[in-house]
Write a protein that binds this ligand. Structure first.
Ligand code: SF4
Ligand code: SF4
Ligand code: SF4
Length: 285
């Protein structure tokens, strides 16, 4: 019974995340500004833009949400996080992790990841103080750049299908117009697509590796999530050591040998509670 409730919640979490991602993407692609008018809070609720804009209300909202249920920003609101989950879904990552018995990294890998996260966060903060915003590492900016430089030109190309057709017919001057419209910044488009492709490859290979190795926002939220009011715990007396939760955890933060979960890396996806046959993973303080 409880397992089914968690299953439902895990599906709802993903559906909500995908709807957010689609709505946010639509706000970028809609030139009329209509969609942005429907969901003005979608951009405002993004962590780095809120921090840079000094939006106290949004920051307090995100911090309180994290202190309540962990990295909910990473599971529902962050476009890059949901994008990684979608990549994992379509590349059958969950199935592969179960089939090939994925395990969390050992102490050496964990230490490397920890030091990398800390170094990137310190570099990110130092860059901010010096006025150099490392926006290539801001998850919202990474996704926004991909949409702006790669998807927007495609939409524009569709809107100017008449010019493309004219060019195909050999009409004079149309070729230049089509190039101007479709690839106004091909270098930026290539860079934005490469970054996203790299993150997608990591997600297909090993779930939220980008989130738990590189992303400075994830590192900040993870430090708070450790103290979250509701976070997953393993009941050692009910656990039978089947390791199902350990394998399907997209953040690879469950360590069944010691019956522990690294709450700094957990992205509150609920999958572990949904999959546990013994109902041994509960959410509590
Ligand atoms: S860790 Fe960063 S990229 Fe991953 S979901 Fe959280 S904010 Fe987004
Ligand atoms: S799925 Fe449940 S029973 Fe199996 S190892 Fe995880 S907590 Fe233990
Ligand atoms: S421990 Fe892993 S599977 Fe469980 S909620 Fe956190 S990220 Fe998801």
């Amino acid at each position: 019974m409880r397992k089914n409730v968690f299953r439902l919640l895990a599906v709802l979490r993903l559906v909500l995340g995908v709807l957010m991602l689609l709505a946010l993407t639509a706000t970028f692609l809609d030139f009329t500004g209509t969609v942005a008018g429907w969901f003005p809070w979608l951009r405002e609720v993004q962590f780095m833009p809120a921090l840079l804009a000094g939006s106290a209300l949004m920051l307090v909202f995100l911090l309180v949400a994290t202190l309540l249920v962990g990295r909910v920003y990473c599971s529902v609101l962050c476009p890059l996080g949901v994008f990684q989950d979608l990549v994992r879904l379509v590349t059958f990552g969950r199935w592969r992790d179960r089939r090939f018995k994925a395990r969390p990294g050992g102490p050496v890998l964990s230490a490397i990841q920890g030091w990398t996260r800390l170094g990137i966060l310190l570099g990110f903060a130092a860059g901010g103080f010096l006025g150099l915003h490392f926006t290539w590492l801001d998850p919202y900016a990474i996704y926004a750049r991909f949409v702006s430089f790669c998807l927007t030109p495609l939409v524009k190309a569709c809107r100017h299908a008449d010019a493309i057709a004219a060019w195909a017919d050999g009409a004079e001057g149309s070729f230049t117009r089509v190039l101007e419209v479709v690839v106004p910044a091909s270098g930026f488009a290539l860079a934005a697509a490469s970054v996203l492709a790299f993150i997608a490859a990591l997600a297909a290979w090993r779930g939220r590796t980008w989130c738990n190795t590189v992303c400075p926002v994830g590192t900040m939220l993870g430090a708070l999530a450790k103290f979250a009011w509701f976070r997953p715990h393993i009941d050692a007396s009910s656990c039978v050591g089947c390791r199902l939760c350990e394998r399907i955890c997209r953040a690879h933060c469950i360590h069944i040998d010691v019956k522990a979960i690294d709450h700094t890396q957990c992205v509150s996806c609920l999958d572990c509670s949904a999959v546990c046959p013994k109902g041994a993973i509960t959410w509590k303080r």
